[in-house]
Ligand binder design. Structure first.
Ligand code: G6Q
Length: 553
């Protein structure tokens, strides 16, 4: 693809930045009372207000032109057609097919994949039903009421985020745990809460070779055997979600309990596949299906809506505007919903692993900034922590504010207070407070001129901090599906505009390889090791210091 920064749309957008330099967002709102109508849209039950960004109609037009110059519609078509848009791994990207319950067929390399998807979903549904009815029992004849998902990255973050988000939909009496970290404390702390007779371990790993997951699964198996289970009972208590059935069987898992998916499902896009079984086990298959159907509604919107009325496209373009033209290097995800407390972590992976790239899909150095740093916390907690920097720091940071108009759990005034904060923050970030306003406020409080002179600079808010507001009626399984798919497609669109491959993750490999080299050099407790010599002085020194301490213990 040609260099996006050389396109006429890019150059026009640079001119728009200069033209807008002397204007504030506050002024843009004052100039156009219908600004919010112009810069908002509704799709699949979600409402997006992007009017609190420093944009004009001309900026939006140029952003759309930019998307066209990047052939966004063409690449979107290639993705849905099952072409290998993940060029460095020569793979199709078809997670939308997993949530399409229409009878449309999807093809990869000439093969119709839709029947495979339907078969696997039916198998998941039957398995979940057998667990929920109690027909499937543990080794001592008790029903399996607890699920432990052992996975990491894409095999952990998605299912965990969704299970947390859908807490009100949990089936009574069921428990779900997620173990990911290689830190043995994670699995040990979890095992301490479990009854081996009623626990089902779900080993979630696309490759079934991931060091963390395999080590945790082996520790879970050792614990199970130690606590009363026999070798022959493993098949009753361990199942696998994996594309590598042979490795699952070698672990001792019954082939009938290995749920498969395919290489056209990227790890961070896999919660819609067999990797979602832990979700179905905790909230019921019907709710899992509703999640999928919600995502499909957003897929259909994304696939068919014109660019300027297309929510993922617009969210992506506003992100490009803030990242590349306004200079925002970080982007906050701020759900005003406690049940979405894992959404920022989930989107950290979805966005940063996808768009944290420095070369184009063709291997050329990118000429523009790519994915921003993603971070966040639920509101209102974040307000009492890092919002200070959003309001008055020296960096411009863009944010997405996400809320439901009705809580899953309405309780007294809690939700109106939450919503008032959601609204107040975007207003404050947009409007800011001038020095004149700050001085008037301090004067009204009765401060002296000298006191006002001292305090006023600290009370000024520059404003013009960009935010998107995403509003839904209620956090239902369907709406959650819509929301996740919105972000997936947003990330895809940005990758297309930046000309990068959003679907590989080579950047995680180097550290993994080095850890394998270093592992044999770490001493067991009480062991004496020779001095490390093969690395840089810092790494050698740290290894020796660790080994001295471990050698003493
Ligand atoms: C996601 C990545 C990565 C992956 C984990 C777990 O897109 O590929 O986060 O999901 O490394 O891999 P396995 O599922 O193979 O264990």
């Amino acid at each position: 693809m040609s260099d996006i920064s050389k396109t006429s749309a890019w150059k026009m957008l640079e001119q728009d930045v200069t033209a807008l330099a002397g204007t504030s967002m506050h002024q843009l709102f004052a100039d156009d009372p219908s600004r919010a109508d112009h810069f908002s849209m509704e799709a699949a039950g979600l409402f997006l207000d992007y009017s609190k960004n420093k944009i004009t109609g001309d900026v939006v037009d140029q952003l759309i032109a930019l998307a066209k110059e990047a052939d966004l519609e063409g690449v979107r078509g290639h993705m849905f057609a099952g072409e290998a848009v993940n060029v460095t791994e020569d793979r199709a990207v078809l997670h939308p097919a997993l949530r399409d319950f229409s009878m449309r067929d999807y093809h990869v390399g000439g093969e119709n994949i839709s029947p495979l998807i339907r078969t696997e979903l039916a198998k998941m549904k039957a398995f979940a039903a057998s667990v929920h009815s109690g027909a499937r029992k543990g080794y001592s004849g008790k029903p399996l009421d607890t699920v432990v998902n052992i996975g990491i990255g894409g095999s952990d973050l998605g299912p965990q985020m969704v299970v947390e988000a859908l807490r009100p939909y949990w089936i009574d009496g069921r428990r779900a745990f997620f173990v990911s970290n290689i830190d043995g404390q994670h699995i040990s702390d979890t095992l301490a809460l479990l009854d081996p007779e009623t626990t089902l371990f779900v080993v979630a790993s696309k490759t079934f070779t991931t060091q963390e997951t395999m080590t945790n699964a082996q520790s879970a198996k050792a614990w199970f055997l130690d606590k009363g289970g026999a070798d022959g009972d493993i098949a009753k208590h361990f199942i696998a979600l994996s594309t590598n059935a042979r490795a699952g069987e070698a672990f001792g898992i019954d082939p009938a309990n290995i749920f498969t998916f395919w290489d056209w499902v990227g790890g961070r896009y896999s919660l819609w596949s067999a990797i979602g079984l832990s979700i179905a086990l905790q909230v019921g298959f019907d709710n899992f299906e509703k999640l999928l159907r919600g995502a499909h509604a957003m897929d259909e919107h994304f696939r068919t809506a014109p660019l300027h009325q297309n929510m993922p496209v617009m969210l992506a373009l506003i992100g490009v505007w803030n990242r590349n033209f306004m200079g925002a290097a970080s982007h906050a995800i701020l759900p005003y919903d406690q049940h979405l407390h894992r959404l920022p972590a989930y989107l950290q992976q979805a966005d940063m692993e996808s768009n944290g790239k420095r070369v184009t899909a063709d291997g050329e150095d990118v000429s523009v900034k790519t994915g921003p740093v993603i971070f966040g916390e639920p509101g209102t907690n974040g307000q009492h922590a890092f919002y200070q920097l959003l309001h008055q720091g020296t960096d411009l940071i863009s944010s997405d504010f996400i809320a439901a108009a009705v809580s899953q759990t309405e309780l007294g005034d809690h939700h109106p207070i939450l919503l008032a904060n959601f609204l107040a923050q975007t207003q404050a970030l947009m409007r800011g407070k001038t020095e004149k306003e700050a001085r008037e406020e301090l004067a009204a409080e009765g401060l002296t001129k000298a006191e006002i002179d001292t305090l006023a600079p600290h009370k000024v808010f520059p404003g013009d901090r960009p935010t998107n507001s995403i509003l839904m009626e209620k956090l239902t399984p369907e709406n959650l599906g819509v929301l996740i798919a919105l972000y997936e497609h947003k990330i895809f669109c940005q990758g297309v505009i930046w000309g990068i491959n959003s679907f590989d993750q080579w950047g995680v490999e180097l550290g993994k390889a080095l850890a394998k080299e270093i592992l044999p050099e770490i001493a067991a407790c009480g062991e004496k090791k020779p001095a490390a010599a093969t690395h840089d002085a810092s790494t050698n020194g740290l290894i020796d210091r660790i080994n001295k301490i471990r050698g003493r213990i």
